[in-house]
Design a protein around this ligand. Structure first.
Ligand code: GUN
Length: 289
């Protein structure tokens, strides 16, 4: 019997489509004489991965017509100096969205910084008020970018989440935890595995949809995956000169119905979701909704 080939969930292609729609919408507002949407991005220190991510976000904004102002601050910026900048950006009439790239240097209290950002400008969706809206299933909040990007990707490929066993590996603040809330919102039965889980394969083997967000290359092996399932790989790790995910892609794709590649899967969708959140913040501020 011939084996059917796994569908590749192409985040790059979907991003291109969505970004072109965002760009059209912004062009429409500009043609009416409105100012462009504006996103402030704050990067503290010189973490190489963060520099790459911020550069990607900056270019993506430019391409769709979002004005991005990147504040590159030195590693030794104090907690108070960062809070002062956030207060200025909160008060600035023309700043629609504020994103502080994580992780922050250890001398800065991350949670206090996140709480200092105005929830209306919190395009990362990390403020407790927006996390609360996610719990409460309120459409007017901001959903964190990677979970939102995954949701859009699954929807686009017609992958039903309702009633499915969704297993998330990784319970981090940026992806795993908010994603578990979003999948619950979509009426999935959600399990979240983390560093203290006794035997993750006991969970992953039952998953209709398996989402891995650990940053451990090759963690998810073919033996851990159910035949005919959907696998979403959030991992981005550098191994030698290659970018790889958490999933043993070549082996695992033989068993899946659909799978995301790395790169070109979740990564571009995260940036696209940020553009959508920035546009949403702008529209709310400008009374366009
Ligand atoms: N670091 C890694 N991912 C993210 C993200 O989505 N937002 C921010 N602010 N920092 C990150």
């Amino acid at each position: 019997m011939e084996k059917t080939v796994s569908i590749i969930l192409d985040g790059r292609a979907l991003s291109e489509r969505l970004r072109s729609q965002i760009s059209d919408e912004i062009r429409h507002y500009l043609s009416k004489g409105l100012r462009p949407p504006t996103l402030a991005v704050v990067l503290v220190g010189d973490d190489p991965a963060s520099q790459v991510y911020v550069g990607n976000k900056e270019r993506a904004c430019q391409k769709v017509g979002i004005r991005s102002l990147v504040y590159r601050l030195p590693y030794n910026t104090t907690h108070e100096e960062l809070l002062e900048l956030i207060a200025q950006l909160n008060a600035d009439e023309e700043t629609d969205g504020i994103l502080v790239q994580l992780p922050l240097p250890p001398h800065i209290k991350q949670q206090e910084v996140i709480i200092a950002i105005s929830p209306k400008k919190d395009v990362d969706g990390f403020h407790p008020e927006n996390m609360g809206r996610l719990v409460a299933r309120m459409e007017d909040g901001f959903i964190p970018c990677t979970p939102l990007g995954i949701d859009l990707l699954l929807k686009h490929y017609g992958i039903e989440v309702k009633g499915k066993d969704v297993v998330i590996v990784g319970a981090g603040f940026i992806v795993g935890r908010p994603l578990s809330l979003l999948m619950l919102w979509r009426d999935a039965t959600v399990s979240v595995c983390h560093i203290h889980t006794k035997d993750i394969s006991q969970y992953t083997k039952r998953a209709d949809i398996l989402i891995s967000a650990t940053g451990v290359p090759g963690l998810i092996k073919p033996s851990m995956v159910k035949e005919g399932s959907v696998v979403v790989d959030v991992g981005i790790s550098r191994v030698g000169d290659r970018i790889v995910g958490d999933v043993d892609f070549e082996g695992v794709k033989e068993k899946t119905y659909a799978i995301t590649p790395v790169p070109g899967g979740v990564g571009p969708m995260t940036v696209t979701a940020l553009l959508m959140n920035a546009l949403k913040a702008y529209k709310i501020r400008m009374g366009l909704t």
